[in-house]
Design a protein around this ligand. Structure first.
Ligand SMILES: CC(C)(COP(=O)(O)OP(=O)(O)OC[C@H]1O[C@@H](n2cnc3c(N)ncnc32)[C@H](O)[C@@H]1OP(=O)(O)O)[C@@H](O)C(=O)NCCC(=O)NCCS
Length: 169
């Protein structure tokens, strides 16, 4: 069981820490992402910045990295939706870290971007853990986009579209 006080969220410096993040991402599997596994080179393609548009954070538990969360489309914070991507290490899932991280990222975004009205989260429709973690944090299932989520197995899954408004708080 998670003691949320043991979690810390540390902003990633995209220039200095790109290799460490790529190493982390390439060591775990991501069964609901378009690519289930990432080579080091593929992992380096994931945008960690620039901070005007993308901000990335280590999720640390007891000072060890257990995940990465990235907020993106921050350029749209004043008049659109900000999105985020959340990845917890394979051996740390199902202990409440996802729920606690979403709570943190929502609070951080609505606090640091006072004009932000809406946060959006897209996930594969059958990603029940992500759906439950979002609903726990007052995200509402707003839509289902059919056959829009590519996968390694060649199948196109549906996308679940969740949103949370500042007023939902
Ligand atoms: C999806 C993810 C972020 C959820 O975080 P987590 O720390 O594993 O989840 P939590 O422990 O906070 O649990 C959240 C909910 O999911 C449920 N859950 C956890 N693992 C589950 C699983 N394998 N299958 C179904 N539900 C699951 C929990 O029971 C909980 O639901 P509840 O509130 O009804 O009890 C994490 O599993 C992950 O990183 N997965 C791989 C990457 C990914 O899919 N990211 C989402 C990208 S859009």
């Amino acid at each position: 069981m998670l003691r949320s006080s043991t979690l810390k969220f540390l902003e990633i410096d995209p220039t200095r820490e790109a290799d460490a993040v790529a190493s982390f991402l390439s060591q775990h599997t991501w069964p609901y992402h378009a690519r289930t596994t990432l080579s080091l080179d593929e992992a380096r393609e994931i945008k960690l910045g620039p901070p005007s548009d993308v901000r990335s954070f280590w999720i640390n538990e007891d000072d060890s990295p257990v995940g990465v969360v990235r907020a993106f489309d921050l350029n749209d914070a004043n008049d659109g939706s900000v999105l985020f991507d959340l990845r917890i290490a394979s051996d740390c899932r199902g202990r409440g870290i996802g729920r606690a991280t979403i709570a943190w990222v929502v609070d951080m975004l609505f606090t640091e971007y006072p004009s932000l009205h809406r946060i959006q989260a897209n996930t594969r429709f059958d990603n029940h853990a992500m759906g439950r973690a979002l609903e726990f944090n007052k995200f509402v299932l707003e839509g289902r986009l059919r056959e829009t989520w590519p996968s390694d197995d060649g199948f196109r899954y549906d996308t679940a579209l969740y949103g949370r408004l500042r007023n939902d708080a």
